[in-house]
Design a protein around this ligand. Structure first.
Ligand code: AMP
Ligand code: MG
Length: 340
């Protein structure tokens, strides 16, 4: 039986066939790096029990070593192997939302090497909602540490083409799947403290978490949580395009007007200006709009970069549902925020 594969600059491109998954699992078991699709963004996996394998992730991505990785598992029962001293909310939320875009921060069990957590005593764990990701983790038979499969500082990859553009020649293999359904990273929820705190808004909404927990859940870095630092990774200006991005916030109508004025102003100065579509168009319903924005956000950033624009303008978005995650990424990507 032949595996339909191709090698580009030393990186194997694998289809999603059972033989390819077995091949990818063998690479991971031997300590190699494999990128794979998930419902949020493409992940770059290494076996979470090997220090040597995990270190390769940081090298391939150019990722700062103080930015921890998320451990991916294929069944809730493995939560008890990778994390210790679980509070009751952990299995409860796992049952509510897994497989899905929720990473739980818990006390790290010894089987997970400290490099995964950048030396922290905690570990972020999630079960991805994607058949290929689940098959791969099951075939490896061990937890897989996986950050997003992009070069550090670039927008997360939502199609396999983004992975190839960033990492070909730097990793062993890429499993080719569909474009990512959600298109934005998982929500990181810290369960290691007195009360649950969102360290990074993401693909699972704060409202859904609050409904499940029947209490309000604060977001780190917000005015309620000034003392609680957000996720270690959030201090870097990442999730961002190459071109400088100006984010315009304030009343929606004024935002649109200012974007037009700025676009004309910079255009007259000879700059090529790109406008990131971050507002829900008139006909979309309030519920579906943020999901659409999330799914298109990183692809749009990369498209504008590929067009070689000198400057990107973006309007702010609503803060409900997935809008909170989109808004968070826009702020991380922005070189300047203009309040109008
Ligand atoms: P990425 O998968 O590339 O989006 O990166 C993983 C994100 O999860 C980073 O922003 C990390 O800061 C966050 N994260 C991973 N492990 C932990 C942890 N133990 N505590 C807090 N945040 C974490
Ligand atoms: Mg990332």
């Amino acid at each position: 039986m032949s595996i339909r594969t191709k090698k580009v600059k030393g990186t194997l491109l694998l289809d999603g066939s059972p033989q390819s998954i077995e091949k990818a699992a063998a690479i991971l078991r031997k300590g190699g790096l494999v990128a794979f699709p998930t419902e949020t963004v493409y992940g770059l996996g290494a076996i979470a029990t090997s220090q040597e394998a995990v270190n390769k992730i940081f090298i391939a991505k150019g990722r700062p070593v103080d930015n921890p990785l998320i451990v991916h598992i294929s069944s809730i029962k493995h939560l008890y192997e990778v994390a210790a001293d679980l509070p009751p909310e952990a299995p409860y939320l796992a049952r509510c939302f897994w497989p899905g875009p929720l990473s739980l921060v818990l006390r790290r069990a010894e089987v997970v090497v400290p490099e995964v957590s950048a030396g922290l005593m905690t570990v972020a764990v999630r079960m991805p909602d994607h058949p290929l990701a689940q098959q791969l983790i099951r075939a490896v038979g061990a937890p897989i540490a996986a950050p997003s499969a992009n070069l550090a500082g670039r927008p997360s990859p939502t199609t396999y083409r983004h992975v190839i553009a960033d990492l070909c020649g730097r990793i062993d293999a890429v499993i080719i799947g569909q474009d990512c359904r959600i298109g934005i990273e998982s929500t990181v929820l810290d369960l290691s403290g007195e009360q649950p705190v969102i360290l990074r808004p993401g693909g699972l909404s704060r409202e859904d978490l609050e409904t499940a927990l029947n209490c309000s859940v604060h977001v780190a870095g917000s005015k309620f949580m000034a003392d609680k630092p957000s996720s270690p990774g959030m201090k870097y200006r990442h999730y961002s395009p190459r071109a400088p991005l100006i984010l315009v916030t304030g009343f929606p109508r004024r935002q649109q007007l200012f974007i037009k004025i700025l676009s004309l102003f910079y255009g007259k100065q000879g700059l090529q200006v790109g406008i990131l579509n971050t507002t829900s168009g008139g006909k979309q319903s309030k519920n579906t709009a943020p999901e659409r924005l999330a799914a298109a956000l990183y692809r749009s950033m990369r498209t504008l970069d590929a067009r070689g624009v000198d400057l990107i303008l973006a309007a702010d978005t609503i803060s409900s549902g997935l809008g909170l995650a989109v808004r968070n990424r826009l702020r991380k990507a922005a070189t300047r925020v203009l309040r109008v």
